[in-house]
Design a protein around this ligand. Structure first.
Ligand code: ZN
Length: 106
């Protein structure tokens, strides 16, 4: 059995609830499986939706309770082969997801 690696990052979705509503994200984090090219979007995950794997199950998303952190859970990314992680503009994410981008009211 291959050894699994794991990294933990905070849930942006939880932090979003604590900031004022005029806050607009500018970028979105993409976790791309280098094996099946499946793309996982960081904003799609939160405490209620925190278990997911890419098509080939190389990259798996999970969570565990955080202690001494400003958010209740850590998001964990488990993988056999390291995925690519990079930022895309928030507008691009909205287009991919077919959702309306939150916009600042002038
Ligand atoms: Zn994959």
């Amino acid at each position: 059995m291959k050894k699994m690696s794991e990294i933990g990052i905070g849930f942006a979705a939880i932090l979003d609830d604590n900031v004022d509503e005029t806050w607009i994200p500018t970028t979105e984090t993409v976790i791309e499986c280098t094996e099946c090219k499946d793309k996982i979007y960081y904003k799609d995950f939160g405490p209620a939706n925190s278990a997911f794997a890419c098509e080939c199950r190389n990259v798996r998303i999970g969570s565990y309770p955080a202690t001494l952190a400003p958010y209740p859970n850590f998001m964990t990314i488990t993988y056999r082969i390291e995925p690519k992680m990079y930022e895309i503009p928030y507008e691009e994410y909205c287009k991919i997801k077919g959702i309306e981008c939150k916009k600042k009211e002038e």
